[in-house]
Design a protein around this ligand. Structure first.
Ligand SMILES: Cc1ncc(COP(=O)(O)O)c(C=O)c1O
Length: 408
């Protein structure tokens, strides 16, 4: 039987050789490959700075800490996303406010956001997610951020390699932070590129970049330029030059969020292929569109997407009327699994999770509810064959027809 996962990494011999070289080098933890990966990432994204760490989740947690927010400050998160952004907010002792999504794209609904901004005075950060790789209207969000005075941290974990055109037709890379303050990436195996586990931020803000590097490693630094609190410094500022490399100071409370150097060797090798990965994902998506265009329109529909943007196609989400199927989504997913096809639901609204239910009670956002009730992620990954796309489409269509509840 075929085995088609819903997403999958692409590792070739160059990647394997890069990791072997990394393992044979003197550095296993953060070292020269980490710095080289950061340089290549910032160049690729066209930002001033990039800093890597152990995961997308830790990148979110650290970058939020870099902002020095106060206890009752609020971060607005999209409620259709992975839980990491909301969790990072709570872990920083801040308040999370969930924004509803546009039910046709699953991305943050900017009209809903504006209503939040009008009533909630403590919003300091808005954290949009480019769901599945479909890019949020950052130009508009950036205008709103100036008017309402908040920072934008993009959860760009689905969108490395994507880009958008501005109203005056300038092409802007995700991660360049032209219309945001920072962007966060994940290098989990199913993302645009992988380091196994891993994450990064890009930003044009030097202070945040310096602080990010401090916080990813216990709040400890060896950089005398960062020994800012001269009064508390054990050694006199300036003397440290004589102290050589053994001297370090801890300036903030943090964890070990470092990534290993051989993971970064893999990251460098993967980054060389990113445009190929994005092209392949785009080709798979086009094949799906072509094949679905030949079946009845109301069986399977698609999220809206901006034709002026380069979609990263981290996920391929379709909309299905599950309430018109015997056994609903659960049975359809099980039937597909029995045919060797893995699917996924991206995402359960975050406030449905018991932890957040306790916090928010019966929060009900109509866009999120409608998106959640109709979405299904079909397999998409760079090495997926067109014949497998055909197999997925044929299996899905025949199961929908078979399970369809007859109109009475
Ligand atoms: C939107 C989003 N944000 C954050 C994360 C967290 O990334 P990581 O798995 O690298 O911690 C993910 C990963 O699944 C994600 O999809």
């Amino acid at each position: 039987m075929k085995k088609i996962p819903y997403n999958k990494q692409y590792i070739d011999d160059d990647d394997i050789q890069a990791v072997i070289r990394g393992l044979k080098s003197d550095f296993l933890t953060t070292g020269p490959n980490s710095e080289a990966f950061e340089n290549k990432l910032k160049d690729y994204c066209q930002s001033k700075f990039a800093a890597v760490c152990s995961s997308g989740t830790s990148a979110l947690e650290i970058i939020i800490k870099c902002l020095n927010l106060k206890k009752n400050d609020v971060i607005v998160s999209s409620a259709i996303s992975f839980i990491a952004g909301a969790n990072a907010t709570i872990l920083n002792n801040l308040k999370v406010k969930f924004c509803d999504v546009d039910t046709s794209s699953g991305n943050m609904n900017l009209n809903f956001l504006e209503n939040i901004l009008k009533t909630e005075k403590n919003v300091k950060v808005v954290m949009p997610v480019h769901l599945a790789g479909e890019i949020v209207n950052l130009e508009k969000l950036s205008q709103m951020s100036k008017f309402y005075d908040f920072k934008i941290i993009e959860d760009a974990c689905h969108a490395l390699g994507g880009s958008y055109n501005t109203e005056d037709q300038k092409n802007i890379k995700i991660g360049s932070c032209k219309h945001s303050d920072a962007a966060v990436f994940s290098f989990h195996p199913i993302k645009s590129i992988t380091t196994g586990e891993g994450g990064a931020i890009t930003t044009n803000n030097k202070d945040w970049y310096d602080k990010f590097k401090l916080l990813r490693s216990h709040g400890v630094t060896r950089d005398e330029n960062l020994f800012k609190n001269k009064k508390l410094s054990y050694t006199k500022f300036g003397e440290t030059k004589l102290l050589n490399k053994w001297y370090y100071e801890m300036h903030d409370l943090s964890h070990n969020f470092r990534i290993t150097d051989f993971q970064c060797a893999l990251g460098i090798s993967q980054l060389k292929k990113i445009d190929f990965f994005i092209k392949k994902r785009g080709d798979i998506a086009s094949k799906y569109f072509e094949l679905f265009s030949k079946v009845e329109r109301d069986l399977v529909q698609f999220p809206s997407c901006n034709k002026n943007y380069l979609h990263a196609y981290h996920l391929f989400i379709v909309f299905i009327k599950f309430n018109k199927l015997k056994g609903g989504r659960a049975k359809l997913m099980r039937d597909l699994e029995n045919k060797g096809i893995q699917t996924q639901v991206n995402y359960i609204p975050i406030y449905y999770h018991p932890f957040y239910r306790k916090m928010f009670g019966k929060l009900d956002l109509s866009g999120c509810k409608s998106f959640y009730n109709k979405c299904l992620s079909l397999p998409i990954y760079p090495s997926m064959k067109f014949e497998d796309v055909e197999y997925v489409v044929n299996s899905l269509v025949s199961l929908i027809k078979k399970n369809k509840i007859k109109d009475t």
